[in-house]
Design a protein around this ligand. Structure first.
Ligand code: ADP
Ligand code: MG
Length: 695
């Protein structure tokens, strides 16, 4: 375990250490903020309630939040369980009724005894021409009136979590804030007029106006910068460490490569050749490879990975390929197994499905080095998995995994080269933000002979015509994907829609129609996919489970129902499942005639281009920068305080700052270095610190 600076101990305690937060509430808070006190500290307000206005009742305006000093006159319990409990109050100028639903009588009588004076705060309403307040936010003794008249922050909540609890919890957390030594460059802090860390957080949690909530305040900029610097510094340290562990060179003589080339049913594209040369160069170079292979859907990344793995095997080590889903892992296995057999090496697969004796046997074989290449899912990073000598780790569809899983896999060997693959076109600056100065290879061309996909948009009310037109395709064994609409709210509704469509198509095409969806067990899913691949099924009705990576070259038609509900990137990913052979393909986008302008703009772009990079750019333009940068899908880090759409100038400074720091004090030994260690811990970047120790 890494040793945490003691000054942070309190912040890294569980939130249950805070007064008034028990197990139950902690679970709710954990959902939205996180399990530790530090997570509450970084949970920043998104609104304010101004309780400073304290008028006499006669002047209390409906709709506003006010703080009142009132005398309790009378309790009127509801006549039935359903009727609210009312408490009548007054001041010198008028009367107000406090209204409580599902009230606890005892509690109300105790906290609002008749005759007492109380300070209350909440929103004024008018009901039957009379003033009322439903469930006051606060009820305090009259003497505490002044302390109630403040501006309160509002925090993002989760269902069932009372705002008051969140507020109290965060106030308690802020109270525990230590005052660490400054870790930032003092000149920068001075020049920008930034507060010190402790004060920045105190300010963030005590907004006095809407302007204080903006991402451009000095306090917020300071904190955003801290976060960006922590991420940049961690990336740099990891990178340095990687280079410093001078990695053994994996050299091959192209023996397996020649065999594989002969066994391959196609000729590699120039892009693929180039990427393979980059990778083999890295592996043979004596430093640890960390390379990103970026290529649009269908550009042939798997083949590149295969050649890299063959080289690692020929050099005497093992290789692993990790895919995000079982379906993809099996598909990779099916593609690569014949090739591996042809060149005489041993390949196997490990997923969550493997259990008991067979799994033990597999793990033993892997540990003994009898398996050269292992394909798998997350199961590969489990504790029990060990290699005789892992030389190359390949991670497919990188955005589905965290940096952590990548590191765990890599740490299953000593001196493991890493290749990550993604279809997401990430702009250069963002690439730097997420991965540091990782090397990049791009597959710019599609395999030769590919026919462009003919994409058409058709109104939904012509769906029966579309179905009619499928008869000919089915009779010629053409494979067809039928993608069902996406309903954001509920997976179950998605599913119902897919099942309905499946039933409808079965009525017409009989047993030629299959169904896959996200709720199926991997084994069932795989069975249906296999039938589709073999041609026993002609039409595959699917929810978006087929989005990533599925490869059935015989599929040349795709129907996307309610295409207007999908995002551009997603449509492109989906469409990438067809157009994977030298036969021409057709994509039919069925859209709702009532669809909005944005949806139509997306469909238009889909009709006009097949180019993933162009589509990604248009996507950015249509959605606006902020949104795409924030999404998990894009594979970018989730920042809590930094917002790349606003703070990109800070990112640039953090990048050069991190560079300077690692050049002058690569071990973080100096005074500022020690403080920077605290910063790294604060943002959970302590993995990087562990590197310092072992490097
Ligand atoms: P992705 O980059 O989306 O992972 P895949 O690796 O799944 O793409 O490849 C897509 C399809 O293209 C597969 O069927 C694969 O066999 C085929 N393919 C790959 N490289 C070539 C090539 N050079 N020529 C022809 N087909 C290729
Ligand atoms: Mg792929």
């Amino acid at each position: 375990m890494s040793t945490r600076p003691t000054i942070l101990n309190k912040l890294f305690s569980p939130i249950t250490e805070l007064k008034g937060i028990g197990e139950k509430l902690a679970q709710l808070i954990e959902k939205i903020a996180g399990p530790r006190i530090v997570d509450l500290i970084f949970h920043i307000p998104n609104g304010i309630i101004d309780r400073r206005f304290s008028p006499p009742l006669a002047q209390a305006p409906p709709g506003r939040v006010v703080t009142l000093l009132v005398k309790i006159i009378e309790h009127r319990p509801g006549a039935t369980q359903r009727q609210p409990y009312r408490v009548i109050c007054e001041d010198n100028t008028g009367e107000i009724t406090l209204v409580f639903f599902h009230a606890q009588k005892d509690w109300l009588q105790k906290s609002l005894p008749v005759g007492a004076e109380k300070a209350i705060s909440g929103q004024i309403e008018i009901y039957n021409d009379r003033l009322q307040m439903t469930h006051p936010d606060r009820i305090l003794p009259a003497a505490e009136l002044e302390s109630l008249k403040t501006v309160e922050p509002i925090y993002p909540l989760t269902a069932g979590l009372p705002p008051k609890v969140m507020l109290k919890g965060i106030q308690g957390a802020v109270h525990l804030l230590p005052q660490p030594e400054e870790w930032l460059n003092k000149a920068l802090v001075r020049e920008r007029g930034w507060p010190v860390w402790h004060d920045a957080l105190t300010t963030i949690h005590a907004p006095q106006s809407d302007a204080d909530l903006l991402p451009t305040t000095k306090a917020r900029q300071r904190l955003a910068y801290d976060e960006l610097l922590a991420s940049q510094l961690a990336l740099r340290l990891m990178r340095i460490h990687q280079v410093k562990v001078s990695c053994r060179a994996l050299k091959d003589h192209g023996r397996l490569r020649a065999k594989a080339t002969a066994a391959l049913p196609f000729k590699l594209t120039t892009s693929q050749e180039k990427a393979i040369a980059d990778i083999l160069g890295d592996m043979a170079g004596g430093t640890r490879m960390l390379r990103l292979l970026q290529g649009d859907v269908g550009s042939g990344k798997t083949a590149v990975a295969a050649f890299a793995m063959f080289a690692a095997v020929e050099a005497g080590t093992q290789a692993a390929l990790m895919a995000p889903t079982e379906l993809l892992a099996r598909q990779h296995f099916q593609t690569l197994a014949p090739l591996a057999e042809a060149i005489g090496i041993k390949i196997d697969i490990l997923t969550g499905r493997d259990k008991g004796k067979p799994k033990e046997r597999l793990l033993a074989e892997l540990a003994a080095g009898n398996i050269d290449i292992i394909i798998g899912t997350h199961a590969l990073v489990q504790d029990g998995v060990s290699f005789k000598d892992l030389g190359l780790a390949v991670i497919d569809e990188q955005h589905r995994f965290g940096v952590h899983q990548r590191l765990i896999l890599r740490n299953k060997g000593s001196g493991v080269h890493t290749l990550v693959m993604t279809a997401t076109p990430i702009p250069r600056t963002l690439l730097l933000a997420s991965y540091g100065d990782m090397d990049v290879s791009r597959l710019l061309e599609k395999p030769a002979g590919r026919q462009p996909i003919n994409t058409r948009a058709i109104p939904l009310d012509r769906i029966e015509e579309v179905i009619e037109a499928l008869h000919r395709a089915v009779s010629t064994k053409t494979r067809i994907y039928w993608v069902c609409p996406l309903v954001e709210e509920s997976e179950l509704i998605d599913l119902a829609a897919a099942e309905d469509r499946h039933n409808h198509l079965v009525e017409i095409f009989g047993n030629k129609v299959g169904l896959v969806h996200g709720r199926m067990k991997p084994a069932e899913k795989e069975k249906v996919m296999a039938a589709f691949r073999m041609g026993d099924l002609s039409i595959l009705v699917a929810t978006t489970v087929i989005e990533v990576g599925v490869d059935v070259p015989e599929a040349t038609i795709m129907v996307i129902e309610h295409a207007d509900r999908f995002g551009l990137a997603q449509l492109h990913q989906l469409r990438g499942r067809i157009g994977r052979s030298d036969k021409s393909s057709t994509c039919l986008l069925l859209y709702d005639a009532k669809a909005g302008e944005m949806a139509r703009a997306r469909l238009k772009i889909m009709r006009e281009t097949n180019d993933g990079f162009l589509i990604a750019e248009e996507d950015l333009r249509l959605r606006g920068g902020g949104e795409i940068l924030g999404t998990r899908q894009s594979g970018l880090p989730d920042f809590r305080l930094a917002d790349l759409a606003v703070h990109s100038d800070l990112l640039a400074i953090a990048q050069s700052d991190a560079k300077l720091i690692t050049e002058t004090d690569p071990g973080l030994e100096g005074t500022q270095g020690q403080s920077l260690r605290t910063l790294l811990y604060l943002f959970d970047r302590d993995t990087a610190i562990r590197f310092l120790r072992s490097g």
